[in-house]
Design a protein. Structure first.
Length: 244
């Protein structure tokens, strides 16, 4: 965490940032308190990627001075984009989804190649149960970072959720391919093995599901989902007799 962070006081529209000169220094995070910030508004600021390509282009044109100030204070747009993505993850962790979307949108506006912007927006959409939108956003991030094993797991997680609810956001076979590649790249990711087990369960491959679940347990017991264990036990007893 950098000792001095730049922050923006929220205003009614992005354009007012430049007009009111709201870019300021803070000790370690944004000065605006988080309480009450999770507003729901029919406003492009709170829609991932501003809703449409046209709306995003309009916002960028409208905020040329805001972007110029970011370059001045953060040295370049890439660093500014990284800063706002970090704030987005903080707000998302606090359950302030709309505020997080706002920050990730700002990150995207400053650098459309920032993987974290798409990853964050996809995660926010998932928390809102917008699975189809989440899958599309996460996949855009994966296009920019095709060998990121953790992002692969998140994409697969959404696809499995879609499969369970019979939603249209790519098939489960693609999710399983991503999980297989993810554990090949990083076999120590307990979460990946858990999601692999859940995917195999959905495909009714119960022996394989147990195999993956035991690998998850061996790496980190805290990742084992006991509700899922009970579902799996109901279909087939644990071959190793660990879970009953």
């Amino acid at each position: 965490m950098r000792q001095l962070l730049y922050f923006f006081v929220l205003t009614s529209a992005f354009s007012s940032y430049a007009q009111e000169k709201t870019l300021q220094l803070a000790s370690n995070r944004e000065s605006t308190t988080k309480e009450g910030l999770n507003v729901i508004a029919l406003d492009v600021r709170f829609i991932p990627l501003f809703g449409t390509k046209k709306k995003a282009e309009e916002e960028i044109r409208k905020n040329t001075e805001f972007i110029a100030q970011c370059v001045q204070y953060f040295e370049d747009k890439t660093k500014a984009s990284k800063f706002f993505a970090e704030r987005g993850w903080e707000y998302l962790g606090d359950g302030l989804i709309d505020t997080a979307i706002h920050r990730f949108n700002m990150s995207y506006m400053l650098d459309p190649t920032n993987v974290e912007a798409y990853w964050g927006l996809g995660s926010a959409s998932y928390q809102k149960n917008n699975f189809e939108e989440s899958a599309k956003l996460l996949r855009r991030g994966l296009e920019l970072a095709p060998d990121n094993p953790m992002l692969m797991v998140d994409v697969a997680t959404v696809q499995i959720a879609c499969f369970k609810e019979k939603r249209n956001c790519d098939d489960i076979d693609d999710a399983m391919r991503l999980l297989e590649k993810s554990v090949q790249l990083d076999s120590t990711n307990a979460n990946a093995w858990l999601k692999y087990a859940i995917g195999e369960y959905q495909l009714e491959h119960y022996d394989k599901a147990w195999e993956c679940l035991h690998k998850c347990k061996a790496l980190d017991l805290s990742f084992v989902d006991m509700s899922f264990v009970q579902e799996l036990v109901a279909k087939k007893e644990d071959p190793l007799g660990v879970f009953k």
